[in-house]
Design a protein around this ligand. Structure first.
Ligand SMILES: Nc1ncnc2c1ncn2[C@@H]1O[C@H](COP(=O)(O)OP(=O)(O)O)[C@@H](O)[C@H]1O
Ligand SMILES: O=C(O)C1=C[C@@H](OP(=O)(O)O)[C@@H](O)[C@H](O)C1
Ligand SMILES: [Mg+2]
Length: 171
């Protein structure tokens, strides 16, 4: 597929700025912005915390995979995935085959600051936030390596992260 039309898929830990940078990149390119979490909420008819609480994480993951396959069927999209979409190997294979994949990273302290006020992430709810962030970062540290490009967002704005991704995409 011609790289200039291929959909951009953003992966990375919660709070690395996938949704924020993704929306900005889509605006710059005139591509459609798709937030996978939003599409999952529409498909489920409920918010993500309710989906986790009422149906469980496995049900969320199944829906995540189904919605991912659907949104990857079109080019000229910027797709912000959820941080755990990479936990399924078949999801990763699909992203790699159907999209151009950019991974966002950030240090644990930055992530904690960014997600602290947001109650929308059930995996980070309750207890010691920093410990949860560090544990999940460690558990998933190898899951984002398959990306075509990786951008560290620590200390830079979401817009600057988007700019760096676009520079690589346009090459
Ligand atoms: N590069 C950045 N620097 C500072 N804050 C950011 C940055 N990117 C995103 N944010 C903020 O961090 C929070 C989480 O961003 P979000 O885009 O939802 O991340 P993700 O989709 O990766 O979980 C939001 O409040 C957002 O405004
Ligand atoms: O990392 C994860 O497992 C998750 C990340 C969230 O998306 P963001 O990465 O956009 O926060 C959302 O999909 C859900 O709460 C689970
Ligand atoms: Mg997001």
């Amino acid at each position: 597929m011609e790289q200039r039309n291929i959909s951009i898929v953003l992966i990375g830990m919660m709070g690395t700025g996938k949704s924020t940078a993704g929306r900005w990149i889509a605006e710059q390119l005139g591509y459609e912005f798709v937030d996978l979490d939003h599409e999952i909420e529409v498909a489920a008819g409920k918010r993500i915390p309710d989906l986790f609480a009422e149906d469980g994480e496995p049900a969320f993951r199944d829906l995540e995979s189904a919605v991912l396959a659907k949104v990857l069927s079109c080019s000229k999209r910027v797709i912000a995935t959820g941080g755990g979409a990479v936990l399924s190997e078949s999801n990763c294979e699909l992203m790699k085959r159907q999209g151009w994949v950019a991974a966002l990273t950030a240090g644990a302290e930055s992530i904690v600051e960014r997600v602290r006020e947001d109650q929308g992430r059930p995996l980070l709810a309750g207890g010691d936030l920093e410990l949860k962030v560090r544990t999940i970062l460690e558990e998933r540290k190898d899951c984002y390596r398959f990306a075509d490009v990786t951008v560290d967002t620590t200390g830079i704005s979401a817009e600057e992260a988007g700019r760096q991704i676009l520079m690589h995409y346009r090459v």
